[in-house]
Ligand binder design. Structure first.
Ligand SMILES: O=C(CO)[C@H](O)[C@H](O)COP(=O)(O)O
Length: 225
């Protein structure tokens, strides 16, 4: 099963509620919520208050990607704000196993995120405890960057490890995902596709159906895999 996860990083923040409703009405599956702290990454975005504000708008999964350091103290706030999945970077946690446990204690699913140069060895002793592995195909911090092709090798390697584990662990890709590369990314093993600029950059702001075409085009590519 493939899931399309628009990243609200590229949405029009002046109309965030509408942007979320419209993209879900267009057939997207989950909302990817990028949290940046101007410390772990050189950009600053949104926090638990915004998550809480959008929660009543939809029953869709809110998939929170924490690009913050330290990570543990903000996790309960996102859980209370209605996050369903909380993912973090191993470099941002002193105790990765403890952070995974903390996310689960709060009733959320836990994900571990790999930057382009982060080794997969961080999975060695925790894979079975994870619900999601997120492979970054750009360096984190900004939307609209080009896909780094080495991410395909990483996806293949993680796909093998997930399949060998026998667990239902989602394999998500984030960064530079477009209509013209989504099928290749799926063939490499991804099942969940974060796309920011490709989706939110589509169409005219005044058209409530502006995301239908791009989400349908992504689905059509995935149907070929
Ligand atoms: O986490 C991110 C950046 O750190 C964004 O989710 C990601 O870059 C998506 O944007 P785009 O699809 O425009 O590349």
């Amino acid at each position: 099963m493939y899931r399309i996860a628009p990243s609200i990083l590229s949405a029009n923040f002046a109309k965030l509620g509408e942007e979320i409703t419209n993209v879900l009405d267009s057939g997207a599956d989950i909302i990817h919520f990028d949290v940046m702290d101007n410390h772990y990454v050189p950009n600053l975005t949104i926090g638990p208050l915004v998550c809480e504000a959008i929660r009543p708008l939809t029953k869709a999964i809110i998939d929170v990607h924490l690009m913050v350091e330290p990570v543990d103290r903000i996790i309960p706030d996102f859980a209370k704000a209605g996050a369903n999945i909380i993912s973090f970077h191993p470099e941002a946690s002193r105790h990765i196993d403890r952070t995974i446990g903390l996310i689960k204690e709060q009733g959320c699913k836990a994900g571990l995120v790999f930057n382009p140069a982060t080794p997969l060895s961080y999975l060695d002793h925790v894979l079975d405890k994870l619900d999601l592995v997120l492979i970054m195909s750009v360096n984190p911090g900004f939307g609209g960057q080009a896909f780094i092709p080495e991410a395909l090798n990483k996806l293949q390697a993680v796909r093998k490890r997930i399949d060998a584990s026998g667990k239902d662990i989602w394999l998500e890709i984030d960064g530079g995902v477009k209509v013209d590369n989504i099928a290749e990314i799926a063939r490499a093993g991804a099942d969940t596709f974060v796309a920011g600029s490709a989706i939110y950059g589509a169409g005219k702001d005044s058209d409530p159906h502006r995301y239908d075409t791009i989400v349908s085009a992504m689905r059509a590519e995935l149907a070929k895999v």
